[in-house]
Structure formats: C-alpha cells, structure tokens
Design a protein around this ligand. Sequence first.
Ligand code: TYD
Length: 207
Amino acid sequence: MLTNKREVLKGFFVLEGIDGSGTTTQLHRLEARSVSEGVAFRADCEPTSHPAGVLIRTILRGDIEAQPGTIARLFAADRHQHLEGPLGIRRSLNAGTKVLSDRYFFSSLAYQGLDCSWEEVSNLNVGFPFPETLFFLDLEVGEAQARINSRGQAREIYEEAPIQERVRLGYQRAISEAQAQGLEVMRLDARQSVKELTDSIWSRICR
Ligand code: TYD
C-alpha cells in the first residue's frame, strides 16, 4: 500500500496512461494552449532529460541490460532530480508556474510493478508527493497498439500487447490505492477527440 500522509503539490499535474494512449500528444497541445493563453506553465516528462533519464532510455530501447530492481531505482532517482533539482518541479511551482508531467510514480507502479514486487516499487516511491490532479487517459490495449503500429517506430521493452494488458491492470491498482488516500483523479476516455481531451484537461488545470 502507498503511505497515508502524502504531501500534495498544488499546481502540479500528471498525465498517465498505457503506451499509445496519447499522453505525449496532450502534453504538447496543453503546452501550446498555455502559450496562447499566457499562462505560466511548464510541460515536461519522465524519464527526464537529466543523465539519469537518458540512461533509462537506453535501457528501455534494450541497448543495456539492467535488473528490474535497478530499473525501478533509476526511475526513482530520476524522479527525485525532477522534483528537487535546480531545474526541478518545486522550483517552478515556487515561482508560480504550473507544472504538467507526462508520467510520474504511477508509471513506476504500473510498469516496474510487473517485474518487481508491488511492495518494493511502492517503497521506492513512498516519499514522492501527490500531484494536485492525476489525468488518466484510459484506452483499450488493442486500440493503443494500433496507434503505436501507425507510428512505425522501433518498440521499447514494455510496448508489447500482453505486457500492456498487465500495465493497464497495474494502473487500476495504483489509481485506486492513491484515490483511497485522497488523490484527485480525472479519468478520461482516450477515444475522445484530441481537442475534446485537451479542453477537458486544460479547464481542470485552470479552474
Ligand atoms: P513514453 O512516455 O511513452 O515516452 P516516449 O513516447 O518518448 O517513448 O515512454 C516512456 C516509457 O517509460 C513508457 O513505456 C513507460 C516507461 N516508464 C516506466 O516504466 N516507469 C516509470 O516510472 C516511468 C516514468 C516511465
């Protein structure tokens, strides 16, 4: 189980969903919306562009072998830097900038929870604060796979359909545990149009 007393970071928002659910598309559209509306807003993602995140990407491509427990720790290390580093989320929030991250520790539970024990991944992520709102783009695996195929890119280690089915179940568990501890979750049907999704998410961010 996740801990009972998580800090909640006001102004911090997270997008989550299985691969192909459209989180990155939404991130870019929301960033463009913030520019056109003149809202102080920062959009970024995990893994980050910090060397810890770059190392993770090489592992995800299958170029370097790493044990599941190593991968889980690298994601937690990258997340710590993302939050606390000199260019981190807290600095931006303190400066009055809203922050949206494409993926956060819910991804670690859903993905690393497949090969590590749930408890191990929970413990590695127990110290990270909750966002103000988690946006979950919900999509059936078949549909998400069709979108991944249409990109025509090389697949990463988690992108095969049977793994994604398990990731989707992992998300359900992560989200229901977090909701039980007070996390605000906006679950969105990712089959809606790209514009409808952007509008719904943006109005919640700016409420
Ligand atoms: P993704 O967000 O889809 O980015 P891109 O479109 O640039 O490939 O890919 C990141 C992958 O990292 C995705 O498969 C999920 C995985 N991931 C984890 O396994 N654990 C984590 O904690 C995070 C943040 C991501």
